[in-house]
Design a protein. Structure first.
Length: 892
């Protein structure tokens, strides 16, 4: 485990030490000559960078610098920087150079550096391998005097990204192996008291038949549960790779250090009393994490319930609850410990088998994202369940979930749906976007099935763990009672599924074995006399037809006998048609599902009522659609004047100061114009005479709008006059609109754009999710009925089209009921251009294009009102602009 961070001036001494840790060969390869030492001037130069033209990252192990990677912008070639690396001899071949290169490229790209060059001695195979493994497309000049010139773009190619993510996945999954597949386990704080947590945990591991040796560590007991105990982990005779820690909070960090001594690789810290208790606990947790990371260990918790793995190869029951669930293909992580116990109990009741379960606690080290990476390739896991209270890194979650979702469904309950994020925002977009909207957008884009409740989580899980994902939305309902059939059909339609009428042929086949009173429309009501044979024949017909994608079989036990035979018939049909359509059962019986429905080959998920069955099926069907659709592409439009836009934004920030603020109309125009987002022609007038002259230039009807810091909604105050004709009228309108407020700075005289549909495009920055993009129809739709769609940046073409599809009122754009149709392709393009703008100018934190006029097909779109708010971007990797000479900025 190594850590990476930007270099600091006080790294000089450590850098000096690194120079000496690198052997003479490494030094020669770095400097192309023999070199005994670094001079104080060189050290000063190497440890001080300007974080723009010159940048360096260091890799640390404990407190030692074990590697450094840097770039220097070349003077004579704009946007090209030279890179160089030095890694301590003992640490070479471990991927440190690759990691440093990755950080440097990401950093350089954001600073506008488009390419890297490196000079590499022909025999420096290690360095050449770093470049090759990186996945960047290299051009390698012929070797000249034994030196290769390697050049590559900082723009990550899809291959480079894939290579990076593959490395991430493999490294994370490997680091979690000691937690899921330990060879030997110690429980530090194993107690003889069967009621205590340490006692219960140890007893579970023991009775769970963990396949390796199990060592209780307890300084005040010789024996715990008939097993010889040890005073400290250091006294344990054999090797230990996983330790559970159940000692009082103040002792935890010391115990972790002892574990490090012993060579333990994985930790599960059950002990509570850390960041969940407040600031002091937070400090203790940071110390704990430091100790864990310094030793290269991985840790679940603290403040968690434990982990379990039902694989008979380990049979690890490492949690202190009373239930060890049956083995199965569902993996789960829970952010709440107590809930975890209830969850395991409920899963067992529903016949849901568990592969691995992790109570993640405070997630100080191992996060939900790490677990996803482990489960991605875990052959024992087909479905992933998450109970989330917070996201550590939502952007990483989105990227990982999107990829995993293509193979394995992820179902999540995120608590905290209410309580819209209180955020001071003036614009529509800002006030509409609550944190929950961001979570919804994130899940939607990443294909995560979100449920409202834990009960629904398991209802969906029971379906996905046992049945194929439906291939479409068409559902047949087969029932022996009319009422529940109708309820099912209503619930299906309410959830966006279809209950289509069946063809004459199919109806004939269904009717063949049924009494005359039965109904063969959909729902197919076999009436109360239906027995196992009727269920069998009808299911056969429905499962073989190509008119539906899923079947819900309902049974109300009208007669005292026969339910079990019917359940068996349903299961047999499911087995016969295995892998075809999705089948669910509803057994309206207080004692729950008959065991006949859970065979060894196939399980038919069974619900007590039609509604949860419909909800689960709808979730699975939406997931299926997400999985089948293409992801689309994030566009990068050519001809974008990024430098012009960047300059405007940086100058505005200089004027506005650290808090940032709103751009002026002319700045807004330049920024949007640079990105090819069409604006109505306009000029800024400081006087009535100027207004008249701009109106003459525009040569047509104009709109006159007051410019004032206080007028947020100009038209509400009478600060907008539309369809003004002629110079004299424009001058008069100027006088009127500038008199409605005290702080008028002039007026915008803008081309009048008649007709078209008004839509809103917006963007707001969520502190943890990043930029959120919004689309809705102008006028009352957005505000009054909240008919608005949100997505997380970046937006693909598919996402943009999907947003338009999601907004119900947007059907007007398609010419609904005689409305004028709009230029939808141009609208999609404008949304993608906005996404690119947001990507390349992270200083933009809020944007409201309201309205954008969508003109007739082929006529494009035109923005008639726009507001953009900017703020200086700062963070650990982006130093304050004040520290950087402005020449450097311009240059890049
Ligand atoms: P505000 O949002 O501050 O009230 P706008 O500039 O959005 O001010 O103008 C209010 C309304 O006037 C718009 O929603 C739009 O309907 C109409 N409007 C504004 N500018 C134009 C224009 N150039 N052409 C046609 N209609 C416009
Ligand atoms: Mg407006």
């Amino acid at each position: 485990m190594a850590r990476l961070r930007p270099i600091r001036p006080d790294d000089a001494d450590e850098l000096h030490a690194l120079f000496h840790r690198a052997g003479p060969a490494s030094v020669y390869q770095r400097f192309f000559r023999e070199k005994d030492d670094l001079t104080p001037e060189e050290l000063e130069y190497f440890s001080n960078v300007d974080y723009q033209r010159r940048m360096a990252f260091v890799a640390l192990h404990e407190d030692d610098i074990i590697g450094v990677g840097r770039y220097d912008l070349l003077d004579d070639e704009p946007a090209m920087a030279e890179v160089a690396f030095l890694v301590a001899d003992a640490q070479q071949g471990r991927g440190i150079g690759t990691q440093l290169l990755e950080r440097l490229t990401d950093y350089a790209r954001l600073r506008g550096i488009t390419a890297f060059r490196a000079y590499v001695l022909a025999d420096n195979h290690a360095m050449l391998r770093v470049f090759r493994n990186s996945g960047f497309s290299l051009t390698r000049d012929d070797v000249a005097a034994g030196v290769y010139t390697v050049e590559f773009p900082t723009e990550a190619s899809p291959e480079a990204r894939r290579a990076e993510w593959e490395r991430e996945k493999r490294a994370v999954a490997a680091s979690l192996m000691p937690i899921f597949y330990p060879h030997a386990v110690a429980v530090i704080g194993a107690s003889r008291d069967p009621q205590s947590i340490g006692g219960r945990l140890f007893a579970n591991l023991l009775s769970g038949n963990f396949t390796g040796p199990l060592y209780p560590v307890n300084p005040s007991a010789d024996v715990v549960h008939s097993v010889k105990a040890y005073t400290s982990i250091g006294d344990v005779p054999g090797p230990v790779d996983l330790a559970f820690i159940v000692v009082p909070a103040p002792l935890v960090t010391k115990v972790v250090e002892e574990c490090a001594e012993k060579g333990v690789k994985g930790l599960v810290v059950i002990t509570a009393g850390f960041s969940e208790t407040g600031d002091a606990g937070g400090v203790a947790e940071a110390d704990l994490l430091e100790a864990v990371r310094a030793a290269g260990m991985r840790m679940v918790g603290p403040n968690c319930m434990g982990v379990l793995n039902t694989d008979p190869a380990v049979s690890l029951d490492g949690q202190f609850g009373p239930i060890f669930p049956p083995r199965g293909n569902v993996a789960m992580s829970s952010q709440s410990g107590a809930l975890g116990i209830a969850i395991l109990d409920y899963a067992r009741q529903l016949n849901i088998g568990i592969s691995t379960f992790v109570s993640v606690g405070n997630k100080a080290d191992i996060s939900g994202n790490d677990l996803l990476l482990y489960w991605e390739d875990d052959p024992a896991t087909d479905v992933i369940l998450l109970y989330l209270e917070s996201f550590g890194n939502p952007r990483r979650f989105a990227r990982i979930a999107r990829r995993i979702g293509k193979r394995k469904p992820i179902v999540a309950v995120k608590s905290g749906r209410t309580g819209a994020g209180a955020r001071a925002a003036v614009s529509h977009t800002g006030s509409l976007a609550s944190t929950d909207v961001a979570v919804d957008a994130l899940f939607h884009q990443a294909g995560v099935i979100r449920t409202e409740t834990l009960e629904e989580l398991f209802d969906v899980a029971a379906l996905l763990a046992n049945q194929p994902v439906p291939e479409g939305r068409r559902v047949a309902v087969l029932t022996n009672a009319g009422g529940p059939g109708i309820l099912a059909a209503d619930a299906l339609e309410a959830n966006g599924l279809e209950v289509p009428e069946l063809s004459a042929d199919l109806r004939e086949r269904l009717a063949a074995g049924l009494p005359a009173e039965a109904s063969t429309r959909n729902p197919v009501d076999m009436i109360a006399s239906a027995g196992a044979e009727h269920y069998r024949a009808c299911l056969d017909a429905l499962m073989e037809s190509d008119e539906v994608d899923a079947v819900i079989v309902i049974h109300i036990p009208a007669a005292p006998a026969g339910s079990d035979q019917i359940a068996a018939a349903i299961r047999e049909e499911a087995e016969r048609h295995r892998g075809g359509k999705t089948m669910l059962a509803v057994f309206m019986k207080a004692e729950g599902a008959p065991t006949e429905l859970a065979g060894d080959v196939v399980r038919v998920p069974t619900y007590l009522f039609p509604e949860p069955a419909a909800m689960a099926l709808a979730g699975a069907a939406r997931y299926g659609e997400w999985r089948r659709r293409s992801e689309g592409e994030v566009a990068a439009f050519a001809g974008v004047a990024i430098e012009t836009a960047r300059l405007v934004v940086e100058e505005a920030i200089e004027r506005l100061g650290d808090e940032g603020g709103w751009l002026e109309p002319r700045e807004v125009e330049t920024v949007l114009g640079s990105y090819g987002i069409g604006l109505a022609r306009a000029g800024v007038a400081a006087s009535a005479a100027e207004a008249a002259s701009i109106a003459r230039d525009i040569d047509g009807p104009v709109v006159v709008k007051v410019i004032s810091p206080s007028a947020v909604h100009k038209s509400d105050l009478g600060g907008v006059e539309l369809d003004v004709e002629g110079r004299r009228e424009a001058a008069a309108a100027f006088e009127r609109v500038t008199s409605v407020v005290d702080d008028a700075e002039g007026a915008l005289v803008q081309e009048f754009v008649p007709g078209g549909h008004e839509v809103i495009l917006g963007m707001t920055e969520d502190p943890s999710f990043g930029p959120l993009l919004a689309f809705g129809l102008g006028g009352v739709f957005v505000e009054l009925i909240g008919d608005v769609a949100f997505r997380i940046h970046p937006l693909t073409d598919v996402d943009a089209a999907d947003m338009i599809g999601e907004v119900r009122s947007a059907r007007l754009l398609e010419g609904y009921r005689g409305a004028e149709p709009g230029d939808i392709p141009a609208l999609i393009e404008a949304m993608q251009r906005m996404s690119q703008l947001v990507d390349e100018l992270p200083e933009i934190v809020e944007m409201d294009l309201n309205p954008v006029k969508v003109l007739a097909p082929g006529r494009g779109v035109k923005v008639v009102d726009a507001r953009i708010r900017v703020r200086p971007v700062e963070g650990p990797f982006v130093p304050s602009r004040k520290d950087v000479p402005s020449t450097a900025r311009r240059r890049i």
